[in-house]
Design a protein around this ligand. Sequence first.
Ligand SMILES: [Zn+2]
Length: 470
Amino acid sequence: MELKFYNTLSRSLEEFKPLIPGTARMYTCGPTVYNFAHIGNFRAYTFEDILRRTLEYFGYTVTQVMNLTDVDDKTIRDSKAAGLPLDTFTKKYKEAFFDDIKTLKIESAEVYPAATGHIPEMIDLISKLMEKGFAYKASDGCIYFSIAKFEKYGQLARIDRDNQRDGVRISNDEYAKDAVGDFALWKAWDADDGDVAWESPWGKGRPGWHIECSAMSMKYLGDSFDIHTGGVDNMFPHHEDEIAQSEAVTGKKWVNYWLHCEHLMVGNTKMSKSLGNFYTLRDLLDKGWSGREIRWVLIGAHYRKKLNFTFEALKLARETLGKFDEFFKRLRNAKNEGDGASVQDAVNEAKTAFASSMADDLNISMALASLFDLMRNVNRIADENKLDAAGAQTVLAAFRDFDKVIGCFEVDSDKPEEEFPAEVVALAEARAAARKEKNWAESDRLRDEIAKAGYAIKDAPGNVWQLSKI
Ligand SMILES: [Zn+2]
């Protein structure tokens, strides 16, 4: 089955043809480690995880590189505000990032290069750009890339070349399309940088953000590789500038497929701290939601559509995953004898539908629909008492296989029952009922009872609760 992806570069659906048969080399713009990553960031990282897992599902050996931006305008600004050395400040957020991706069952990339560990590679690239005449030193002491010298500038973001104003320079890492101009490759040290500086042939300074990704991707993936991903907000200027720098140095096409993930909205508006709808992963965990519930919501919409995040969606995720848990339990307990023939057609149908949906530009909605269909069909067969143990095992094996991509199912787990004694669950349910009636005294009494039994209870919107051991 051929895999098809929507390539931002051509604005069309294309068959995936890797440079080396059987392997997929991809680069992912990773986090800027100046804060805890928010759920909008994780929408992009879970999309990239689904892409990676799908490539593996179809037999590709994946080499994924995800950078950590640990020096840029924002990390310097906030480390200064915190009164900490840059590396001490970013270390905390690097560690938090790795904890978070584990919680969301995001598979590890093969390499996580940090920008501060690759300054010589960046200086080397800039030197080559200087030699080839694509870069120049300006009166402010910074090195800029001359977009007028690179004919294909604007190919990814589709920028009208007539709007490119020669000689306009931008030293910020981020800027809008209407400010298009020469961008900084190397920033000369100034007082705002404090003690963050490296020696270079052009004096003391630090790299611009864009050159970090060109240097680190080419170091680990070569001059040309298959896939580059990121959020749509990275398309310009970041990815456009990455292409310009890389292709100007090598003279070769840098990346064949560009995949961009759309924004995450919260309650149909843009997530922002001022609107009070800004959530890190940790905020949601603190509210009692689990990693797999959050993951289920984040992967649930097609990556090229805006995802509207709501607490209703989380509640639905809990209910849905609970249904799958029950279903797997039913399958594990199937005892009838037989040859499994009763479920074979349903399993085959689901496998074909699942694979063809994921191969079609990661059509997750269609893929999940095929899993719901399979659950419904098998439950019907079980209701008719036609499910035998062999058939149940076939279905369980199919779900283990689907979960290689989905990463949310607990096919073989009896955890909930083992973890929480029936009497504690009964207390939790009684407490939920008391809360529904706004009987707070009773609710508090039951919370204490639960605590005495050695468990903590957390509430989430919609009268949903979660137990954990104290
Ligand atoms: Zn990047």
